[in-house]
Design a protein around this ligand. Structure first.
Ligand code: BEZ
Length: 211
């Protein structure tokens, strides 16, 4: 069964490039980005894992742990990581799950038989520290994902979890945010001392409370 937003992310034990892990123990109190790729030693996947490694400091700043998965072996993963580090000029420091028995792929519905009967598609699950699924994305094998967008969504979720706001289209940190519709305009001005700009009664902006 597919996982939906708000569902509890299933726990699992898996063999990875850093040894056997329990997923929940690996995550601890961090946010998680669990992402699948179709196969090792393939070009798009090489750039994706390289990009994730290049962004390690951005993930760390946000208390996020990345973990990749594919159905290849640990030996393949370890050999391929050397190529990723060389070609993408980086140092892959996150684990890659060797899901040879498809346990994780099936748990997270990462094999879409009409796309490929045997390999995972490009799935992303963002998981908050309470182990809830907060975002799902599915890309085809031929399209590499945008990891800056994944960080942008995490910024939005971390902001909106702690303030009564939502983020508009194409928002990035520092841009104005939208006042939650649960807040009456007369209360909004007290709650948001930086000011509230009302465009319509249902569309009210305030400066980013975190910047
Ligand atoms: C790639 O990563 O380049 C790729 C993997 C599987 C199918 C197509 C492309």
């Amino acid at each position: 069964m597919s996982l939906r937003l708000g569902d509890t992310a299933p726990n699992f034990k898996a063999v990875t490039t850093i040894g056997e892990i329990d997923f929940y123990e690996f995550l601890g109190d961090s946010w998680g980005v669990l992402f699948s790729h179709p196969a090792d030693y393939t070009p798009v996947c090489t750039t994706e894992l390289g990009r994730t490694a290049q962004l390690a400091n951005e993930f760390k700043k946000r208390n996020v742990k990345a973990i990749a998965v594919s159905v290849d072996s640990v030996e393949d993963h370890l050999g391929w990581v050397k190529d990723i580090n060389e070609t993408q000029v980086t140092d892959v420091d996150f684990p890659i799950i060797a899901d040879k028995d498809h346990k994780v792929a099936e748990l997270y519905d990462m094999i879409h038989p009409n796309a490929s009967a045997t390999h995972t598609v490009r799935s992303v699950f963002i998981i908050s520290p309470d182990k809830k699924v907060r975002l799902t994305l599915t890309y085809p094998a031929s399209t590499g994902r945008n990891f800056i967008e994944i960080i942008r969504v995490i910024d939005s979720m971390q902001l909106t979890d702690s303030h009564s706001v939502a983020t508009p289209a194409d928002w990035k940190p520092g841009d104005d945010v939208i006042v939650s519709n649960a807040i009456k305009t007369e209360d909004a001005t007290n709650k948001f001392p930086k000011g509230v700009r009302e465009v319509k009664p249902y569309l009210r902006y305030t400066p980013d409370p975190a910047s």
